[in-house]
Design a protein around this ligand. Structure first.
Ligand code: FAD
Length: 402
């Protein structure tokens, strides 16, 4: 008989896990997925494209309903799991329903962080995490609207770009002295700033938010240096926090995220965690590729085969039309590394490669990213460049021809 396997969270990691289980452990489990959002699982990455008007909301669905039915999965969505009873192996839902499990997988993602500043709870302050957030932004957007986006990381830039595409007048605030400082070096970041400004976005660096002001709704953002930025909507994109509350309350080991070992198993052998809610070897990832790799490893483990997740070398692509940006690995160039830089101001392209012990350790590409996956593969393989070194900065075509 199939063992009951409950997945909490109906996001990207959960959908991939179900797909992998269908391939690797068909029939072994009777799978039930419970999700708080009132939709089938969708591709969260594409929310930026929906905001920018480049894609319809319906196109973000990961799998049609018929696919879930074919997998034999019971879907419970629009309902939140509120408690895990590990002694009796039950998950409790907010409406009092009880779901027994033999195996439990937590795939609860992250929660967006709201800056701990006065006024962050005023109507008109939104985050950027789900379809409701995009709906709220689009409802407010338009040429008569002034928006302030707080946070110049990937999400903030994509929010600013998407809003600007609707005609909204956008100011992007970033606390640091350059945009996307965790993915870009100073030169690429300044090219990015110029590209956003060319799209009509005002970018303020070193901008520390003191408070959101307004009488009943958002009217302005006040900075620590005293500047007031009048606005009608504020988008907070200052980071995410792994959604680990359920696990913590159930007595599982939790650090920043739900602590898992290389088999994605928590401190309870019957409970696993994957995706943004998980903390593996001290790292909580905020990108989808690690979630997919973890889903594949966990499915293999649940199928009774040897499997180990060793961590993921991260890469980032910015999804802003006409501004190709890619970054991966050690792009800073720590002591003991060598750096190769190639720039073409006329074309607006910039390429920085970081080498360690003769192998590619990191890369930043701006303006031209066609070879991004090739560089990523070189970084992940860790293989010495050898004769490739002379051509590697010019991209794959030249290197292959040499
Ligand atoms: C606008 C945007 C753009 C992004 N762009 C990129 C990108 O370009 N590249 C990239 O790699 N990543 C990107 N990401 C991040 C990517 O979407 C996440 O890494 C990915 O969705 C993580 O998958 P997950 O399944 O762990 O979490 P999620 O997809 O967030 O799914 C978790 C689900 O669990 C549900 N849940 C939580 N608690 C409960 C509960 N108690 N009961 C029931 N359900 C619950 C949540 O409602 C949610 O639906 C982007 C994210 C956003 C918001």
């Amino acid at each position: 008989m199939s063992e009951p396997l409950v997945v909490i969270g109906n996001g990207m990691a959960a959908a991939r896990l179900v797909e992998e289980l269908g391939r690797q452990a068909l029939g072994r489990y009777s799978v039930l997925v419970v999700g708080a959002e009132p939709h089938l699982a969708y591709n969260r990455v594409l929310l930026s494209s929906v905001l920018a008007g480049e894609m319809a909301r319906e196109e973000t669905e990961l799998k049609p309903r018929a696919w879930w039915e074919k997998q034999g999965v019971t879907l419970v969505y629009g309902r939140r799991a509120v408690r895990i009873d590990r002694d009796h192996r039950d998950v409790w839902l907010e409406d009092g329903a009880r779901l027994p499990y033999a195996k439990l997988v937590l795939a609860t993602g992250s929660d967006p962080i709201r800056l701990p500043r006065p006024g962050m709870d005023l109507p008109g302050v939104v985050t950027f995490r789900d379809h409701d957030d995009v709906g709220a932004m689009l409802a407010a957007a338009g040429p008569a609207t002034r928006a302030v986006v707080i946070g110049g990381g990937l999400l903030g830039i994509e929010a600013a770009y998407g809003l600007a595409a609707t005609g909204t007048r956008v100011t992007l605030l970033h606390l640091m002295d350059r945009l996307m400082e965790r993915q870009l070096d100073a030169e690429a970041a300044s090219l990015l700033k110029a590209a956003l400004e060319a799209r009509g976005i005002t970018v303020l660096l070193g901008a520390d938010t003191a408070a959101i002001e307004g009488d009943g709704c958002v009217e302005a953002v006040r900075l620590v240096d005293g500047r007031e930025l009048p606005c009608d909507i504020v988008v907070s994109t200052v980071g995410i926090r792994p959604h680990a509350a359920l696990a913590r309350e159930a007595g599982l080991q939790v650090g920043r995220g739900i602590v898992v070992d290389d088999r994605l198993t928590t401190s309870d052998p019957a409970v696993h965690a994957i995706g943004e809610c998980a903390e593996h070897r001290g790292t909580c990832y905020g990108l989808v590729e690690p979630a997919y790799q973890q889903a594949a490893v966990l499915a293999r483990h649940l199928a009774g085969r040897a499997a180990s997740y060793e961590g993921t070398v991260l890469s980032t692509n910015l999804k802003v039309s006409g501004v190709p940006v890619f970054s991966a690995g050690d792009f800073v160039g720590e002591p003991g590394t060598e750096t190769i830089v190639w720039r073409d101001p006329e074309l607006g392209t910039y390429r920085k490669l970081v080498l360690r012990d003769g192998a590619l350790a990191g890369a930043v590409l701006f303006g031209e990213t066609a070879d991004a996956l090739w560089y990523l593969d070189l970084i992940r393989s860790g293989r010495p460049l050898g004769r490739l070194r002379d051509q590697v900065v010019f991209g794959r075509a030249l290197a292959d021809a040499a």
